[in-house]
Design a protein around this ligand. Sequence first.
Ligand SMILES: [Zn+2]
Length: 159
Amino acid sequence: MVSAEARAWAAAAAVPDPEVPCVTVADLGILREVRLEEGVAVARVSPTYSGCPATAMIEMGIEAALRAAGFDVRIERALSPPWTTDWITPEGREKLRAYGIAPPEGAAGKRALFDDPVVSCPRCASTATRKISEFGSTACKAQYACTACGEPFDYFKCI
Ligand SMILES: [Zn+2]
């Protein structure tokens, strides 16, 4: 027997990210917690990039998923501690790579403050890549190209 709380978590956790539909809000670490308070499912959500228009869509998606699962819903924004790309789960990183998006390189990539991180190509894993544009398909990503296999790809910016 699955508890109502586990059911609520499963419903909310399966919501895809509106910008990168291959990963879920749980993969990205955006969904922090789902708890039941007097029958109301309370979902704690950490916004990603500040001002990212996806945040409102993510919250609506989680609310709709919980309502479809039969819950009354309250969304809580968890602003502290702030979300960082380090919260993306290992599974989420694998899914990003499989989708052709280089996952953020984490603390190692951040060490040189003014240098671009070393980004590996999601297709051939070569690090012979160069940045084409600061902005990829969305403001949260930068556009890179691989000089080894010629593949252009998005890099999920590290914050
Ligand atoms: Zn490549």
